[in-house]
Design a protein around this ligand. Sequence first.
Ligand SMILES: [Zn+2]
Length: 472
Amino acid sequence: MTLFYNAKIYTPNGIVSWMLVKDGTISELGISNPPVDINSIDMKEKIILPGLIDAHLHVFGLGRHLEVLRLKGSGSISEMQNKLSEYSTDNEWIEGRGWDQGIFEDKRYPHKDDLDRIVSDKPVILFRACHHIAIVNSIALEIAGIDANTTDPEGGEIERDAKGEPTGILKENALRLITPFIRQSREIRKRMILAGIKECLGMGLTSVQPNDGGTWDIYKELQEEGKLPVRVSLTLNHDELSRENTPTPGSRINRLYFDRVKLFADGSLGAQTAAMREAYTDTGKLGIPIYSQEEMNDLVAVAKKAGARVEIHAIGDRAAEIMINAVEFNNITDRPILTHAQILGKDLVERISRLGIIANIQPPFIITDGVWVDDRIGLSDRREYSYAWKTMLDAGIHVAGGSDAPIESSNPLLGMYSAIFREDINGKVWREEERLSFDEALQIYTEGGAYAMKEEHRLGKLEKVIWQILLY
Ligand SMILES: [Zn+2]
């Protein structure tokens, strides 16, 4: 038994000053008269929060991000080229990420020739900051067998020049033509996951809910080797359900858990591939739904039949509508998750609430998106239901907070800051009326996250354990 006293302990019923912990669970809390004559720790008025939870990130991607060529902040294509020529790796492929043509002087996408000039003997793939677009060199195109005769896959685009030759730019589903060819040994993947986990732990996270396809066996191995210092509720890809080595949904090994699969309903706002009900204000485009309504209904039915929960990426309101329709059509009652939930509408918020759909939001997005989101969506009605975190909480929706790391920093305190202040990178506040209080921000990164991983009975709150189950 250990007593923590002289502390500021955040509980659902306000701040208390002491907490008694027995066998890893809380057995008593109080404001005055802490128990005496037991092992005790003076907290010297420090704050104790419930363990912070990230409900949507990519731990493997985060670890990979720490290793690959970083292009964020490159002001021109020649700056990208310089960074590429200075980078060396023992990997078979050269991977990079973080470029954004929006901040280049000439605003043009890089071309495969720009990369070939620097690296012509190894495949290179450099992802745009949004990760929905990449530039590749000629060898990478060759390896994937992409040439002038390759047709665009559904929901994707192989950008071409006037002669029909691929320029090296691949968008959305066209990326799937090449990503299966990117080779990393299992050893390297394990190293990357471990690096990601360490980063999360360093950020103060105690539970993470990564979308890391094809990684169950690696996480399992890490758990068995005693190398999982945080709880991991893993989301695998939907297409893994049919694979032999995929565990049964509901499988748990100590801190590792699996019960849900991921689907994409659309792309990103930055690349204008998020699917909208009304056209983008600046370009008149509608975005690209990845699946038709019928296809999405079928995919959700497959997950239901397998006993898996669904986590569906939807950024635009059209994509959210397709997700919500599929949940309703299949009568899904097992805590379906709408991840991102950025552009919505009054009708959609009502349906999300009524159908018990979890809104898995990424508050740090406002730092980047706040700068240009009005250009995309204009001042129409949908703006009132965009990044509508307060509105969703007030509608009784279970809201969970996440970072989408490595897209944004995995620091949960930065996420809470964004949820509270809603400032873009220039410090301008975007839709002040949707700001959360500190308690609400804490709630989405603790209780909200625990609910999303079905652990709210024992995680996410500092309070007495009422009914105790197995300790993990
Ligand atoms: Zn993500």
